[in-house]
Design a protein around this ligand. Structure first.
Ligand code: ADP
Length: 494
């Protein structure tokens, strides 16, 4: 087992990993940028190494500085978290070359999933169903038109090197194809330095369903719950749940064993996720994420498996303590990504100082966050404040707990998407489980969010006037956070 691990990430995921280390009796080293001097994760670690004057992501992408920090602190292993260097083969190899254990898969596994085209080819060869489409890059517009015709519109153009939904373009007919292709290419060129684009059939009303995988060095590979991640905005997940509402035992076994097959096809070791598009009983491999996912806690809640810990144990060479039959799903878990962004203004990022922070608690609630009262959310990184997770004995109890927790959540000073989550959770279709990746658009959630904002505002106003408080000030706070806190805030001041 390791004595010391360096965590090459920031925010909530750095803390999540360090929590696992603490439970395992492993010392932790944080690395932090200029902008993260006062971040919670840097304080949480046993040691913290300053790795960069650059306030931005550059510090966390500096392979040399991170390896040096690991060497100087005597860290035997590095956990990359998600994002940043987590799926970077150069980094994984640099760790390997310097005798430091990379807590993740072998660099060869990352490599085989690095290009979406190679990934598709590999999966096709392994007998894993993939979304209909092609397994090579298109360059010639004429050729693109012929391929699109043969696949049949609508289609989706995707950068081979893509991620985060960047550069993907849905094309409804042949007239839209050329402008879409050149736009995809230019976005891909500037985002990834590679403008290779390929074509997939665009599935209508698909669900995004993924499987958590754990694999040890001996090749023992299991699936650890499915996750439904269809509540997305601009192809980015906002609410996830486990299990998926469409899942039954036989579908889970079918998809789960294909996910295991996919992982084995690339010699996978560590925790990873196989993503599928599911549409009317059919499912297709979408991609494999070779890291711990943002949404891993919902799997932990329903299975009781500590994924971060298992990932570390596997990296230390231990055999997986679980067999497939040990994995049981108990109840239901939902995660809301709480972001510092303004849902009333096109979800624009809203960094700034958190003047007051109180996270919810009580039965079935878990909050993974990296913030505190007085913390200033820097503008350089993603806007995730926390992951709010609710677990209940069934889906309705998980929803009820989540709604209760959203009501309790106090974040003053920055705008958040709490009202967005409130709007989705009360939506009838969401509650019935009838969701797909177009849910937010189809249900016009934007309007519902405004209604929640008004409702919260009015609740706050009436509370404020009952308390004889400065209504204007209270109302402004309330519009952003809900009514609950207002009374308390006011009472403390008076
Ligand atoms: P990225 O790696 O950039 O996040 P993915 O390939 O994982 O891109 O796709 C992200 C999301 O885009 C999916 O969850 C889904 O909502 C949508 N999507 C991707 N491919 C398709 C497709 N062929 N048909 C319909 N929706 C798709």
């Amino acid at each position: 087992m390791f004595n010391k691990i360096l965590v090459a990430n920031r925010g909530e995921i750095a803390i999540r990993v360090m929590r696992a280390c603490r439970e395992l009796g492993i010392s932790t080293v944080a690395v932090y940028s200029e902008a993260d001097k006062n971040a919670l994760f840097a304080k949480y670690a046993d040691e913290a190494v300053y790795i960069g004057p650059s306030p931005s992501s550059q510090s966390y992408l500096s392979i040399d500085n991170i390896i040096k920090a690991a060497q100087e602190t005597g860290s035997e292993a590095i956990h990359p978290g998600y994002g940043f260097l987590s799926e970077n083969t150069t980094f994984a190899s640099a760790c390997e070359d310097n005798g430091i254990v990379f807590i993740g898969p072998p660099s060869s596994s990352i490599d085989s999933m690095g290009s979406k085209i190679t990934a598709r080819q590999t999966m096709k060869d392994a007998g894993v169903p993939i979304v209909p489409g092609i397994e090579e890059g298109i360059s010639d517009p004429q050729e693109a038109a012929e391929i699109a015709d043969s696949i049949g519109y609508p289609i989706i153009l995707k950068p081979a090197a893509g991620g985060g939904g960047i550069g993907m373009k849905i094309v409804m007919n042949d007239r839209e194809l050329m402008p879409a292709l050149s736009s995809s290419q230019s976005v891909a060129r500037s985002a990834f330095g590679d403008d290779t684009i390929y074509i997939e059939k665009y599935l209508t009303e698909p669900r995004h369903i993924e499987f958590q995988i754990l694999a040890d060095r001996r090749g023992k590979t299991i699936y650890v719950s499915d996750r439904e991640c269809s509540i997305q905005r601009r192809h980015q997940k906002l609410i996830e749940e486990s299990p998926s509402p469409v899942m039954d035992e036989s579908l889970r076994e079918q998809m789960g064993s294909i996910a295991v097959k996919a992982a084995k096809a690339i010699g996978y070791v560590s925790a990873g996720t196989v993503e599928f598009m599911y549409s009317r009983g059919d499912f297709y491999f979408l991609e494999m994420n070779t890291r711990l996912q943002v949404e891993h806690p919902i799997t932990e809640m329903v299975t009781g498996v500590d994924l971060a810990k298992e990932q570390i144990l596997i990296a230390a060479g231990e055999d997986l303590a679980y067999s497939q039959n040990d994995i049981e799903i108990k109840g239901w878990a939902i995660e809301c990504r709480i972001n510092a962004e303004d849902p009333l203004n096109d979800f624009s990022p809203a960094p700034g100082k958190i003047k007051r922070y109180r996270s919810p608690g009580g039965p079935g609630i878990r909050v993974d966050s990296g913030v505190y009262t007085g913390y200033v959310i820097p503008p350089y990184y993603d806007s995730l404040i926390s992951k709010l997770v609710a677990h209940g004995r069934d889906r309705m109890e998980a929803i009820a707990r989540m709604e209760r927790a959203l009501y309790e959540y106090i974040i003053v000073g920055v705008k958040t998407n709490l009202i967005f989550h409130k709007a989705v959770l009360r939506n009838k279709r969401f509650r019935s489980g009838d969701i797909n990746t177009h849910f937010i658009k189809e249900e016009n959630i934007g309007e519902a969010v405004k209604a929640v904002a008004v409702e919260d505002y009015e609740k706050g106003m009436s509370l404020a006037s009952a308390l004889g408080a400065d209504t204007r000030k209270i109302a402004a706070i309330t519009a952003a956070i809900g009514a609950y806190m207002t009374a308390e805030e006011d009472q403390e001041k008076s």
